[in-house]
Design a protein around this ligand. Sequence first.
Ligand SMILES: Nc1ncnc2c1ncn2[C@@H]1O[C@H](COP(=O)(O)OP(=O)(O)OP(=O)(O)O)[C@@H](O)[C@H]1O
Length: 423
Amino acid sequence: MQVISNHSDDHAISVHGIGKAYRLAKRQATPDTLVGAIQGIVKAPFRNFQYLRSLSRANHMAKQDDEDLYWALQDVTFEVPAGEVVGVIGRNGAGKSTLLKILSRITQPTTGEAIIRGRVSSLLEVGTGFHPELTGRENVYMNGTILGMTKREIDGKYDQIVDFAGVERFLDTPIKRYSSGMQVRLAFSVAAHLDPDILIIDEVLAVGDAEFQKRCIGKMKEVAGGGRTVMFVSHNMSAIGQLCTSGVLLSQGRVVSQGDLDTVVQAYMDDLFRTESSIGDDTTTVSVQTAVDGDPNQRMWKYGSMVRVRVDVETQLAIANPAVDLYFNSSAGRMIFAQSDRFVKHFDSESNRWVFEFLFRNNGFVSDYMTIDVGFRYCSSTRYLGLWQSVAAIALGEVPPGHSHGRDCPVAVPCKVQLMEAA
Ligand SMILES: Nc1ncnc2c1ncn2[C@@H]1O[C@H](COP(=O)(O)OP(=O)(O)OP(=O)(O)O)[C@@H](O)[C@H]1O
């Protein structure tokens, strides 16, 4: 249950059986009588004491089958040779940030140990590592000192840090007045320039603009080229591919693939980019299939190609006005565009199945990937049924050289929506 710093061995990072448990908050029962309320007040100190003790037990005596615990990481074991650039990937909530927090000593593992060989510099959530009341300049020196650098060493790096971050005019302004973009630029610059042996970066590319992202990747390459070890979390597979030499794939807190980058990324794509799935309840099943240019196995929705989203609805309910809604979301979880078919005129009471087809052309929306939320609902005077789930995801390609980026219409445009009775 510890994070150890050590300087022998060829591995910069060795992680053995790391687990991290969080204790789930329990809802307190509300008394419904006056006597119950008085009893509650009398017993409160004892209850609080028990609760605090249970919180400390999460770190020391956590059992894998304890129902009050949520295991964000379980049995995570891997080693990173010095000088390697490792991409840590996985779906939202897989445990990536928790792992980086443990390696950066921001939080302690509940089980297992991490051995870190060398000085670690990390950039985790926006704002961590900075004191909000101190100025940009003071924070640069504070971070350098924490990393074990002398004032003279920091002086030597100072101009490069400020240059890279582009915050010259705000150096004497307290950090709390910086925008989140400025904070990230400065934090990244500090982390990357202070000569760490191990650089740990969590999803910095999600905050900055495209130009800054490019410079970050360049800088991280430079750091890696100097023989440093880099651990980099990103949802952006193109950035991972440009930068990393190996990967670790986390799924539900466990390592499911590690080593060769191509193999790890492929395992992630297979897991993430389902082309078929279904949701439902006792009465209704909604199945969704995607196909790109007619190929149901194709996961890449490239510039210029068509994606067909087919939604099959089978229901035992006699319903009117069924509606299917599609929401396309970026990998950062932001909705990019939506398409609804709310005005279904055709309804055959004999049939309990419909097929909705939506067709979209990629007119220049290129990024890493999008997920599709599909919802089916109907309203009647007495009943409402709503089924919502993220059911499919499609990876986007690059715009081929010489083609327009479709700036006038960057999102895909639905070209056809139709309702057909199933055969
Ligand atoms: N302080 C906390 N208390 C309780 N649960 C937590 C805490 N921090 C993280 N978790 C949970 O642990 C799991 C892993 O979270 P983590 O942030 O490490 O995932 P992630 O892979 O980085 O996700 P994302 O890609 O969305 O950033 C999530 O289910 C999260 O809700």
